[in-house]
Write a protein that binds this ligand. Structure first.
Ligand code: UGA
Length: 435
């Protein structure tokens, strides 16, 4: 099929390449000329394992192109995906200006009878309004939320856990739109991936509910970690034990410095804003708590660092292992690691940050921090070490070898990723979160 993808950020670029991999003829559209030039040359504008290889391969087939000015090309397209960002606005609600701009572009160029598929994360009620605008040109809308994780974006797009369609209320329109999207995802559906067909509001809410539930799990275990700390219990063992219950599950029960990134924090705030708007007071309260627990985790780590250097951070040499919001990513949006690093620097510490992928991004956003990509060099002279992003190369550090370069053997494990026994045996003072 002929497909366009409007918005070639993280989601759109990966989606465009994966649709071409499935055999479709894909046009990626973005307003950012630098991004379009990089993607057209087979260069990923962000770090994502496996993406650049896929991009190069599908560009070679001639089935994928990128442009800033689609012009008449839009008229030939059967199905247009909207994959633009919906960042947090000043009020906490989602900013829909990029979605509106995408719809304006499509209204100008897309052919009557084509289908628009929304993948961006939007507040409940958005799709109904957009569908009314598109109906003026006889263009149907399906809402098809995306659940890919950074670090696993290609595999998650080609083999998702589930596919959700929010379809129009009119049964004939719904059937036609569903058939078009089924044709795009034929290979995935043949693989037996569950497909849930529902209305617009449910499809929109599935996405923010999924991210909010994950965030709630993390804040729950972080709140338990606080009790474990004061009661002398170990939250990691507790998580293992409750996680064996399949109704609970062990994943997303890793206590630590908390969640960050471009999705979970903004999505809980956007859902909170929607809940407020619709009078769902308990949901709004719950999400407010999830957010405040998460933000407090960062305060706790900063306080722990202050305590471990004897109360005064000024001039103290502190090494932070990790800058990305999670491993296998160079994304530092709302990164807990980088937030703690800059707060410690603001409090006067001499902070060195080490990360295998994110340092070029950090150099642009935080020029006052000292950056070092080799962990051994980063540890040299440190009076305190904090592990804040659990990259494999940090978790695999040999505590005895790490001890040789530091000034003081003190480590705060802000991800509960290290073996406390091994680090203590190598002479380190070890502090985790809730253990
Ligand atoms: C998240 C969702 O997991 C995806 O399903 C969703 O599609 C995506 O947002 C999105 O909306 O686009 P992602 O932002 O890539 O994906 O990151 P996650 O893997 O969910 O991790 C989020 C944060 O939670 C990270 O900072 C991670 O370190 C933290 N985390 C995760 C914990 O603190 N503890 C845990 O147990 C798990």
């Amino acid at each position: 099929m002929k497909i366009s993808v409007v918005g070639c950020g993280y989601l759109g670029a990966v989606h465009a390449a994966c649709m071409a991999e499935l055999g479709h003829d894909v046009l990626g559209i973005d307003v950012d000329e630098t991004k379009v030039a990089a993607l057209s040359a087979g260069r990923a504008p962000f770090y994502e394992p496996g993406f650049e290889e896929l991009l190069t391969r599908v560009l070679g087939t001639g089935r994928l192109r990128f442009t800033t000015a689609p012009g008449d090309d839009l008229a030939d397209v059967d199905l247009h995906f909207i994959a633009v960002g919906t960042p947090q606005s000043g009020t906490g609600a989602a900013d829909l200006s990029y979605v509106d701009a995408a719809i304006t572009t499509l209204l100008a160029g897309a052919a009557p009878g084509s289908v628009v598929v929304g993948k961006s994360t939007v507040p409940v009620g958005t799709a109904t309004q957009l569908a009314d605008r598109l109906a003026e040109r006889d263009i149907a809308l399906v809402w098809n939320p995306e659940f890919l994780r950074e670090g696993f974006a290609v595999a998650d797009t080609l083999h998702p856990d589930r596919i959700v369609y929010g379809v129009p209320a009119d049964p004939t329109d719904a059937q036609e739109a569903q058939a078009a999207l089924d044709a795009v995802y034929r290979d995935l559906l043949e693989e037996g991936i569950p497909r849930i067909v529902t209305d617009y509001p449910t499809a929109e809410l599935v996405k923010t509910a999924a991210n909010s539930f994950l965030a709630t799990k993390i804040s729950f275990i972080n709140a338990m970690a606080h009790l474990c700390d004061t009661a002398g219990a170990d939250v990691t063992v507790l998580a293992d034990a409750i996680g064996h219950d399949p109704r609970i599950g062990r994943r997303f029960l890793q206590a630590g410095v908390g969640f960050g990134g471009g999705c979970l924090p903004k999505d809980i705030r956007a859902l909170q804003a929607s809940a407020d708007l619709h009078g769902a007071v308990h949901l709004a309260d719950l999400l407010g708590r999830v957010d405040s627990i998460n933000r407090e985790q960062r305060d706790r780590i900063v306080e722990l660092a202050r305590t471990h250097v004897g109360g005064d951070l000024s001039g103290r040499a502190i090494t932070i292992l990790g800058a990305a919001f999670k491993p296998l990513s160079d994304d530092v949006r709302d990164s807990p690691a980088l937030d703690v690093a800059s707060r410690l620097a603001d409090l006067g510490a001499e902070v060195t940050v080490c990360d295998p992928q994110a340092l070029p991004v950090v150099a642009r956003s935080h020029p006052h921090l000292t950056l070092e990509d080799d962990p051994r060099a980063a540890l040299k002279g440190a009076e305190l070490v904090l592990l804040l992003t659990e990259w494999d190369q940090f978790v695999a550090l040999d505590p005895a070898e790490a001890a040789t370069g530091v000034a003081e053997r003190v480590i705060i494990d802000g991800r509960n990723a290290l073996d406390p026994v091994a680090w203590r045996e190598a002479g380190w003072t070890y502090a985790g979160v809730g253990r």
